[in-house]
Design a binder for this molecule. Sequence first.
Ligand code: FE2
Length: 135
Amino acid sequence: MSLLQWEDRFSVGMDRFDRQHHVLVDLINELHESMREGKGQQELGSILEKLIQYTRVHFASEEEWMVQYQYPGYARHQASHESLTRQVLEFQRQYQDGTIGLSVQMIHFLKEWLVNHILGEDKAYAGFFQAGRSK
Ligand SMILES: [Fe+2]
């Protein structure tokens, strides 16, 4: 079974962002699977890199939408994106240094990192989007 199953409660009600969140869930599961299969550092590192690159694309895409629709929580959301990016880059740096290994604990950190992002701040913009659509 995958580490992280998509749940309806993750939906932000916008296809584009739900699809992107799905990709992030898939990448975390892929990382977890590869770790369990005992894949080497190079392979794990490249999945982690993919996860980080896609996170950047996703955050940029959300921010672009927020600017376009003058989302009032934009500044806060952007600051949160920056802090999430910093956390994951720090994690990657330590992994590349060999300071830390990819462990179940680390995968759980990434899982929480993603779920908190979707269920926390992203849900707030979902409400804003729904309110705008029902006007
Ligand atoms: Fe998001």
